[in-house]
Ligand binder design. Structure first.
Ligand SMILES: [Zn+2]
Length: 287
């Protein structure tokens, strides 16, 4: 495991009256296993290595919006933990930065000021940072309400598996009365809305805020690579393809119309970009 220098993994940007800070947790080399013929995905992802591994970012976002202090997708546990050692066996192509906790210090954000933790979905790389091994699995953000799509919580078989991250970590958040599953589109704060976008997982949710005429989306895993902006039908193995496609149709159209700034979890750092309409569909443009 190697680390990037501490100043290369935290970046802030003003969007309307809000400040959006991205903290990178690292780079994950991962096989996307897009369900299209290999020559097609190789043409669209020339950076894929001979095994098909693609370097993905791991972007945690903080939004300061009025009096609210919001974390979106709190990522992984700290780099120097037993949890990390186990995760590195599942994800051997992972390079960590100093991580979320160190990035919050760099950005001047105190964990106990955080009012909301918004989770796009319950895949390991998106939510495990809700608690910290170092402090005995206590919540990283003790005063926050933790929001996620109910379809990723109710009936999630991982909750019944003893020792699973969902049972241990989100289970602790629920036990403390801090978990707030969502049933439908909902305004969480004035201007900030949770929008169900199923497909990647049943409860996958994207988060949008509008401030002073500008729009921002954190889209989680609505796409993992920009080729999935161009090709709305391309999905990774095991995903619900029709769901992914219709979620993309809705969100891409809205983001393009609003000229929104968009961050996805897995765009290489710094991850800011926009979704542009073209004569045939959409394209991703980095900022
Ligand atoms: Zn992901």
């Amino acid at each position: 495991m190697s680390s990037q220098p501490p100043d290369s993994y935290v970046i802030s940007r003003r969007i309307g009256d809000a400040t959006v800070t991205v903290i990178s947790e690292g780079i994950l080399s991962w096989p996307l296993e897009l369900q299209v013929p290999e020559p097609e995905w190789r043409r669209a992802m020339p950076e894929a290595d001979e095994l098909g591994l693609v370097p993905l970012g791991l972007n945690v976002v903080h939004v300061r919006l009025g009096s609210a202090s919001v974390i979106i997708d709190p990522g992984l546990d700290d780099p120097d933990t037993e949890w990390q050692r186990r995760y590195a066996q599942e994800a051997p192509g992972l390079t960590r930065t100093p991580g979320l906790e160190a990035g919050l210090v760099t950005a001047g954000i105190a964990p106990d000021e955080v009012t909301h933790v918004l989770i796009t979905h319950t895949h390991t790389d998106h939510y495990c940072g809700v608690t910290r091994e170092r402090t005995g699995n206590s919540p990283r953000f003790p005063n926050a309400r933790y929001v996620l799509g109910r379809a990723d919580w109710d009936g999630n078989p991982e909750r019944d598996r003893p020792g699973s991250d969902i049972a241990t970590r989100l289970g602790e958040i629920e036990r403390l009365g801090l978990l707030a599953p969502l049933d439908s589109e909902q305004e969480i704060l004035p201007g900030l809305t949770a929008i169900p976008s199923p497909g990647e997982s049943p409860g996958h949710t994207v988060y949008r805020f509008r401030s002073a005429g500008e729009t921002f989306f954190y889209v989680g895993d609505l796409f993992h690579h920009p080729c999935e902006v161009e090709h709305l039908t391309w999905v990774s193995r095991g995903r619900h393809q029709p769901g992914v496609q219709s979620s993309r149709e809705r969100i891409y159209a809205e983001a393009a119309s609003a000229n929104a700034v968009v961050v996805s979890t897995h765009e290489p750092f710094p991850p800011f970009g926009r979704i542009r309409r073209t004569s045939t569909g959409y394209v991703w443009r980095r900022l």
